[in-house]
Design a protein. Structure first.
Length: 446
């Protein structure tokens, strides 16, 4: 395929997906139109169908993870894991830098929950409401919460995007973690220092009676217990001991369901309703009820459709070699580790930007660049890490991205306001490039 045809096809795909954003309809329809365009211009339709089915088959475990994620968020609510975390958080925030606390707590919880948006829509909303009550500017506070929440997409062993990255690059989580932590740790440290320094400039007007009232509401409506912390701790331990992610999530799902029914005295019918449609608390306190509502398998079906459509779109792009002319120009004369990592970040970021979602920004560079990493004797763990440090993490900074649109819907705060303060999303790509440059320079000097 020549460059002109390639660019026109890419433009058609971009327009189809972008229109969904402006028309406020599901991205699935944009992907569907794109799939139809690519399929009918294909010269070998049998090959296109075969490639699409293989793409879907390759990521089959991801579909189970997505559905379990929807169910588990509800379970985290109904079993009182989230209410317990919120309850004890009200005690902790009395003595800490709140902005720093917001970043660290969302980072920790998102790693365990495996979803940035799920974290933001639960504990994130609680922290935002409390922080605003303390007089902290909402755009700065949301920037810290988004920075912490989206760490899950980079490192959580139960994150759909993390597992998609692992699937595409054919690596194990344990190997990926060892590589990813080398750039993530300095990114977190630098980001933490920034939020700590900014947080020192914002005084907190603490209302002890208000916090006590919220705690009483939680205590009167849930059985709050420290032993519930064993579940998130268990998730982390199982991941470290290399327990399969689906088995990990399934164990949490059944244990949480048992706790919901036996310990929280919830009927089985009610539990099934929560799992399917999402959890909504009914404490009578509007603030608490707005915090404790999320999850459900049915709401995740749209995510499942979008992911499946994106995988098919990628398969068609690859089988029809649509992107080859563009990538051949971009990857020309790529003969060093640093240049390949730089171009990996550019391609991943470009695709995330153009498609308004992270999925294609993971799948496409993960597929097309594996041979180049092998050619230059660079491990696939570096490929996976670079994708997560660039195309994956920048999504909430773009106001047209589906992540940003959902954040606006959850918080009512525009991307243009909070994005300048989502420091981790800016720092992460810089750190990975600095790391690549230093590594290349050390090898050259040795």
């Amino acid at each position: 395929m020549n460059m002109k045809r390639s660019l026109l096809t890419i433009l058609a795909v971009v327009i189809s997906i972008t229109l969904c954003v402006f028309l406020k309809i599901s991205l699935f329809y944009g992907f569907l139109v794109s799939i139809i365009i690519l399929f009918f211009q294909s010269t070998d339709k049998k090959k296109s169908i075969h490639s699409s089915l293989n793409g879907l088959k390759q990521c089959k475990s991801l579909y189970i993870i997505i559905l379990l994620l929807g169910g588990n968020i509800s379970i985290w609510m109904s079993s009182a894991i989230i209410p317990t975390l919120v309850y004890f958080a009200f005690d902790v925030i009395k003595d800490v830098n709140f902005l720093f606390f917001a970043f660290i707590s969302t980072a920790a919880l998102s790693t365990v929950m495996g979803t940035g948006l799920g974290t933001l829509s639960t504990i994130g909303i609680a922290l935002l409401g409390i922080g605003k009550g303390f007089g902290i500017p909402e755009e700065i506070l949301l920037g810290a919460i988004v920075s912490g929440a989206y760490i899950s997409d980079k490192i959580s062993p139960i994150s759909a995007l993390t597992n998609l990255t692992l699937e595409i690059t054919n690596i194990k989580y344990s190997d990926y973690f060892k590589s990813c932590i080398k750039t993530l740790l300095p990114t977190i440290i630098i980001t933490s220092i920034i939020y700590f320094l900014i947080g020192n400039y914002h005084s907190i007007n603490l209302n002890d009676l208000l916090l006590k009232g919220y705690q009483n509401t939680l205590f009167n409506n849930y059985k709050i217990s420290l032993f519930l912390f064993l579940i998130p701790v268990g998730i982390i331990l199982m991941a470290l001991f290399k327990v399969n992610v689906i088995l990990n999530m399934s164990i949490v799902f059944f244990v949480g369901s048992f706790i919901t029914v036996i310990y929280q005295n919830t009927s089985i019918n009610k539990l099934i309703e929560y799992i399917l449609f999402g959890y909504k608390s009914n404490t009578g306190d509007l603030f608490i009820d707005n915090i404790l509502k999320a999850g459900g398998i049915i709401p995740m079906l749209e995510v499942l459709l979008i992911v499946s459509a994106a995988i098919i779109l990628n398969a068609l792009l690859m089988s029809n070699k649509i992107l080859d002319p563009l990538f051949s120009v971009l990857l020309k004369n790529t003969n060093t580790k640093f240049s390949l990592i730089l171009k990996t970040g550019l391609i991943s970021t470009m695709l995330t930007t153009l498609t308004c979602d992270q999925i294609v920004g993971i799948v496409v560079p993960g597929e097309i660049l594996k041979k180049d990493y092998k050619r230059l004797n660079i491990k696939n763990e570096i490929l996976a890490r670079t994708i997560s440090d660039t195309g994956t993490i920048i999504a909430p900074l773009e106001f047209w991205n589906v992540n940003s649109l959902i954040i606006i819907g959850i918080t009512g705060i525009s991307t243009l306001k909070y994005a300048p303060y989502a420091f981790l999303c800016f720092i992460s790509p810089i750190i990975t490039l600095i790391s690549a440059y230093i590594s290349t320079k050390q090898k050259r000097d040795s």
